[in-house]
Write a protein of this length. Structure first.
Length: 278
C-alpha cells in the first residue's frame, strides 16, 4: 500500500492510497479521511462511500464537504474508485459502461470478467485492508453511496449485513434490472439471465431478504434529471412489504449532483453515527 497524497483537513488528514489488487488484476486507488481521533490512534467508526458513474476515488473528498462533520463525529471515510483502471482494462462505448462504471458487481462475461470484479475487490481486499491498516472499531462499519454507488451501497449492505451495520444512499439506482442504465450494465457484465440480475438489485434483494436494518435512509431530489432511472418508489414498496423501516425523503428543487449531496451530507453522517453506535 503506497500513500500518494496527504492533506491536512479539519485537523484530520485526507489521504489517497494505491494498492495492488488480485481481484482487479492491477492497482487501485482509494481515498481515506482520518479524523483527528484516528490520527491519535483512537479507534473510530468507518463509513465506506461508493461514488457514481464517471467518478473516481477523489470525487467525494473534493465535492461532498463531509470532512468537517466527520472530524467531529470521529468517522473514518473510505472512498474506493468506481471501476478497475489500466491500459489493458476493457472500455465501454459510453460513460455508463466500462471505466468509471463498474456497478460494484463481479462481471462474468467477456471481456469484462477479466478485471471488473469490484464486489470481490471491495469485500475481500479493501474491507480487510482498512480493518488492518487503520484504527477501526471492527463492528462499527457502515456504507453509503450516490447513484450507481447508492445501488452499490444498498445491494452490498443487503448481501453482507454481517459486514455493514448501517446503510444510506443519495439518489440510488434502486431497481437496476428495470431501468436502462442497469439493463445495459447487467446485460454486458452478467449476461441475459434476468434471474442473475436480481441478485444485484436492491428492490429484489430487500424482498428476498426481509428487514435487516433498524432503518435505511435515502434522499432523492425531485428535479433529478435521471429520476426515471432511479425508481425509489419501487424500493419503498418493497421495504413496506417486508417491514424494513425506510426514510425516503424527496426534496423539491434538487437535482442529481453534488450540490444536492452537500445539502444533506450532515444528515447522513449523523444517521450513521447513531446507527453504528446503537
Amino acid at each position: 500500500m503506497q500513500m500518494l497524497q496527504k492533506n491536512r483537513c479539519f485537523d484530520g488528514e485526507q489521504r489517497i492510497y494505491q494498492c495492488p489488487s488480485n481481484a482487479l488484476k492491477g492497482t487501485s486507488k482509494f481515498g481515506v479521511f482520518l479524523p483527528p481521533a484516528a490520527l491519535k490512534g483512537e479507534q473510530c467508526s468507518v463509513l465506506f462511500y461508493l461514488a457514481g458513474l464517471t467518478c473516481t476515488e477523489e470525487t467525494f473528498a473534493i465535492k461532498a464537504h463531509a470532512q468537517r462533520l466527520a472530524a467531529q463525529l470521529d468517522l473514518i471515510l473510505i472512498t474506493p474508485d468506481t471501476s478497475p483502471r489500466g491500459e489493458d482494462v476493457a472500455q465501454g462505448d459510453h460513460w455508463d459502461l466500462g471505466l468509471g462504471a463498474g456497478f460494484y458487481i463481479n462481471a462474468t462475461q467477456a471481456p469484462w470478467a477479466e478485471h471488473y470484479q469490484m464486489e470481490h475487490y471491495l469485500l475481500e481486499e479493501l474491507y480487510p485492508l482498512v480493518q488492518a491498516e487503520f484504527p477501526v472499531i471492527q463492528d462499527q462499519i457502515g456504507i453509503f453511496g450516490h447513484s450507481m454507488g447508492g445501488h452499490g451501497a444498498l445491494t452490498l449492505a443487503l448481501k453482507y449485513p454481517e459486514k455493514f451495520k448501517s446503510v444510506s444512499a443519495f439518489a440510488p439506482i434502486c431497481a437496476p434490472s428495470q431501468c436502462p442504465w442497469g439493463e445495459k450494465a447487467f446485460s454486458n457484465y452478467l449476461g441475459d439471465d434476468r434471474g442473475v440480475w436480481k441478485q444485484h438489485d436492491a428492490t429484489a434483494l430487500v424482498e428476498q431478504k426481509g428487514a435487516l436494518f433498524a432503518e435505511i435512509l435515502i434522499d432523492q431530489g425531485l428535479d433529478d434529471q435521471f429520476y426515471s432511472q432511479l425508481n425509489p418508489d419501487l424500493f419503498e414498496q418493497a421495504c413496506h412489504k417486508v417491514g424494513q423501516k425506510l426514510s425516503l425523503r424527496q426534496h423539491a428543487g434538487y437535482d442529481h449532483g453534488y450540490y444536492f449531496i452537500q445539502s444533506f451530507m450532515d444528515d447522513h453522517l449523523q444517521f450513521h453515527a447513531v446507527q453504528l453506535k446503537s
